[in-house]
Ligand binder design. Structure first.
Ligand SMILES: Cc1cc2nc3c(=O)[nH]c(=O)nc-3n(C[C@H](O)[C@H](O)[C@H](O)COP(=O)(O)O)c2cc1C
Length: 293
């Protein structure tokens, strides 16, 4: 759309994620082993997120411990979510959940797309194994049991079909996270944009019933806008932040600033005057949706 008043587009970037206020609809996705890029590892993500007033979802497989990550918050009101992989031992899980609650995380992000070790040929060639290298016996029954073990919302990360999104709603999830793990877990799995299109086509009310987050390949403002237009509440960036961390917290801050700027200018060029009002009419979804061809 053209000839739209976009004067205030920048002021419309702030959003809420599960009721918590943030300055923009994107977040730092959970990534293991931040220490590969910088000695301060995940601490730079916590500090960068505080600077940019955005959400950081910390990986349970960080180089820094979850205690060190929590202690790096700017203050106790800085909101972090904690990603987890679980062992088969329910008592250990109970202890972990209690620890996460005590450290002040506001949600648990349960990665559900890694039922087995990822088949990572290049990583194997270079001697880097998958960080989460075992089978996980997760089911929706267990999800419900886990939900009763904590007061925190548990967000399933790695939803890749509308059917799983429906099951998440049925099993009481307050939010879901569309992701194919950055394409690192199973070859040829759909991108979260394809999954968002499938949900939009087959059960669009899901976007109203619960919050939907998405990640994978989001590099530019327009990548984020396509997902937001379909009803996604916030998008995650993994590798851009992991790579930026070579420059430490300054690198992380720079990615945040660039991403905010790009979302604003791309929205303006798209004719969006208020980011909260972006909708599917801004995406030519029929032309990109393989289900219609
Ligand atoms: C180096 C690396 C480590 C990752 N570690 C985790 C992890 O510990 N837990 C998890 O749920 N996802 C993990 N992911 C997946 C990310 O959360 C996210 O889904 C993915 O990186 C998004 O795609 P993008 O990198 O293209 O932005 C990892 C991704 C990368 C690149």
């Amino acid at each position: 759309m053209v000839l739209v008043d976009i004067t205030n587009i920048e002021s419309t970037l702030p959003t809420t994620i599960l009721g918590h206020n943030f300055s923009a609809p994107f977040f730092i996705a959970p990534c293991a082993r931040g220490g590969y890029a910088h000695p301060d590892a995940e601490l730079n993500f916590v500090k960068g997120a505080a600077y940019g007033d955005i959400l950081y979802m910390a990986s349970i497989l960080g180089t820094k411990t979850i205690e060190e990550i929590a202690a790096a918050r700017a203050n106790s009101s800085q909101v972090l979510f904690q990603q987890v992989y679980l062992s088969d031992n329910i008592t250990e899980t109970q202890v972990l959940f209690q620890q996460i609650e005590k450290l002040g995380s506001k949600a648990i992000v349960l990665t559900v797309d890694s039922a087995a070790d990822g088949n990572r040929h290049r990583a194997v060639r270079y001697g880097v194994g998958s960080a989460d290298s075992s089978y996980s016996y997760l089911t929706w029954d267990l999800y419900k049991k886990l939900s009763n073990m904590t007061s925190l919302p548990i967000i399933p990360k790695g939803i890749q079909t509308v059917d799983d999104a429906r099951l998440a709603v049925k099993n009481g999830a307050k939010a879901i996270y569309l992701s194919n793990h950055g394409g690192r877990q199973l070859d040829t799995t759909p991108s979260s944009l394809e999954v968002a299109l499938e949900i939009y086509e087959e059960e669009p009310s899901i976007f109203q019933q619960i919050e939907v987050y998405a990640d994978g390949g989001i590099r530019y403002g327009a990548d984020a806008l396509k997902l937001l237009a379909l009803g996604v509440k916030a998008v995650g960036l993994g590798r851009p932040f992991m790579l930026s961390n070579v420059y430490g917290v300054d690198g992380v801050k720079k990615v945040i600033d660039i991403t905010k700027h790009e979302i604003a200018i791309d929205a303006a060029n798209l004719g969006v005057g208020d980011l909260k009002k972006i909708g599917p009419e801004y995406v030519n979804w029929k032309s990109v949706n393989a289900w219609f061809s």
